[in-house]
Design a protein around this ligand. Structure first.
Ligand code: NAD
Length: 450
């Protein structure tokens, strides 16, 4: 099976690296067995669990199931970094390509202490389904370096990024695999990645998306994931005859996605009553001033230290009564321990995998509607696609065009998921997976993978 486009490695050493990574992929990326949902599922087991449910509903044949449940290629690398004190610290880094039937692999790079092989595998698989669901011509991939970026200086972060890029340089490419920002990385990280790649292969802006606009990034990419979350939440609210204007909204995470979701939800008239970062959160039932909080976090240790409300823990924040709850930080935060205490009608998964499979069932039993990650946070990759198109065409779009096309695609995908869920009487997650798996399976079949 080959999930690649026809581009060939340029040098013998690249060929060797590719062959080596193919060999290891067969050992490391095999599909986990189909299991019942339970509390101790790893992120990859959880992601694969939702896939298997879709495969059952769609009656997927076994060969196709095993191709789509496992990762295509996994590259695990050592990332030694000279720290500011002269000591060399070795980090683990990964680039995992899950499935490339629908196009070049595409997915973010995460710098986070929990970014291990299993987590990156899960995120790579989710990218395959997400890209198919919003119908961008990409396969799914993800990268990660296990580190705490908050504890690294600017210089250390730059050296780590450059080293990681040169290690995975063999398997990425404009027509092969295109990284982007995720947790702990941003436009500056992408600028370093582009530069490190360019030093070896020549000027290649399309090698990453989410770059600074000055380097060929797209206007509107920074806020795209949060904007997509809000478009999706408003569409679903409309379908449920729920007023988005004046709806109370709680958001976990105040980074790129959480901040932009909070800001744009506020601008659309919703009342954002709580937000949090990794340390703590802030709650004010009258609503928060998002811009003020954002300025405050530039210097403060945590958003919870702001005086405009009550300090809350991340656990308590998830239990605040509200109309819409938006987890926008990390996976596995709503579990069987707290799902019963979630007091909202609608959860919009801005983060990847924030609800465990067991918690997903509990929320469904309690009548809580969940907008799945593969739909809700797909705005980021959608504008990444626009950025890639602009880089290839060497033509810059206006921001209005970017936002117009984003809204069109997010609305269309939301509509498709909602209609399918009504028609099949399934959850939005099941409907989203069914549409996505069908599309990827069809592409894999046409290519002759199985
Ligand atoms: P970010 O690094 O900009 O922000 C992450 C936020 O989460 C920060 O406020 C951080 O303090 C908080 N956080 C980290 N660990 C936490 C924990 N254990 N508990 C509570 N809060 C914690 O990252 P981001 O880009 O905003 O990504 C957030 C989520 O959105 C991730 O799940 C990511 O995969 C997903 N996502 C991001 C994009 C994107 O374009 N950046 C696209 C799609 C999905």
């Amino acid at each position: 099976m080959s999930a690649e486009k026809t581009s060939k490695p340029n040098e013998p050493e690249e060929q060797e690296a590719l062959e080596e990574s193919r060999d290891t992929a067969t050992e490391m990326g095999s599909a986990p067995p189909v299991v019942e949902a339970h509390d101790e599922m790893t992120p990859f087991e959880a992601a694969t669990y939702f896939f298997h449910l879709a495969a059952d509903r769609l009656g997927l044949r076994d060969e196709m199931r095993s191709v789509l449940a496992s990762t295509y290629r996994e590259m695990a690398v050592q990332v030694p970094v000279k720290m500011d004190d002269g000591f060399i610290k070795v980090h683990r880094g990964y680039r995992i390509q899950h499935n490339g039937a629908r196009g070049p692999y595409k997915g973010g790079v995460r710098f986070h202490p929990s970014a291990d092989l299993d987590e990156v595998r899960a995120l790579a698989a989710l990218m395959t389904w997400k890209n198919a669901l919003v119908d961008v011509p990409f396969g799914g991939a993800k990268g990660g370096v296990q580190c705490d970026p908050r504890k690294l200086s600017e210089g250390e972060l730059e050296r780590l990024t450059r080293r990681f890029t040169s290690m995975i340089g063999y398997i990425i490419g404009v027509q092969r695999d295109i990284p982007a920002p995720d947790m702990g990385t941003n436009a500056q990280t992408m600028a370093w990645m582009m530069d490190a790649y360019g030093q070896k292969y020549g000027y290649t802006p399309g090698i990453v998306t989410g770059k600074p606009v000055e380097l060929g990034g797209s206007p509107g990419r920074e806020e795209a994931t949060g904007r997509g979350v809000v478009i999706c939440a408003r569409e679903i609210a409309k379908k449920r005859n729920m007023q988005f204007r004046d709806a109370s909204v709680v958001i976990q995470g105040f980074g790129n996605v959480g901040y932009w979701a909070a800001r744009l939800a506020s601008e659309a008239g919703a009342k954002v009553v709580a937000v949090s970062d990794v340390t703590s959160g802030i709650y004010n039932k009258e609503g928060l001033d998002i811009q003020d909080l954002h300025s405050f976090t530039a210097d403060a240790e945590t958003v919870g230290d702001h005086e405009d409300g009550d300090k809350v823990s991340n656990d308590d924040l998830l239990e605040i009564e509200c109309d819409i709850l938006i987890p926008a930080a990390i996976e596995g935060v709503i579990t069987s321990d707290n799902a019963d205490k979630v007091r909202t009608q609608l959860v919009v998964e801005a983060a990847n995998g924030p609800i465990t499979p067991v918690a997903d069932k509990i929320l469904a039993e309690n009548g809580v509607m969940v907008v799945p990650d593969i739909l809700a946070n797909a705005g980021g990759v959608t504008v990444s696609y626009f950025e890639w198109v602009q880089n290839i065409q060497e033509f810059r779009w206006e921001i209005d065009n970017v936002n117009f096309e984003l809204k069109k695609r997010m609305t269309k995908a939301t509509e498709a998921v909602f209609s399918r869920s009504e028609h099949d009487e399934t959850s939005l997650r099941d409907a989203g997976f069914d549409i996505a798996v069908e599309r990827v399976a069809r592409a894999a079949e046409l290519r002759g993978y199985v």
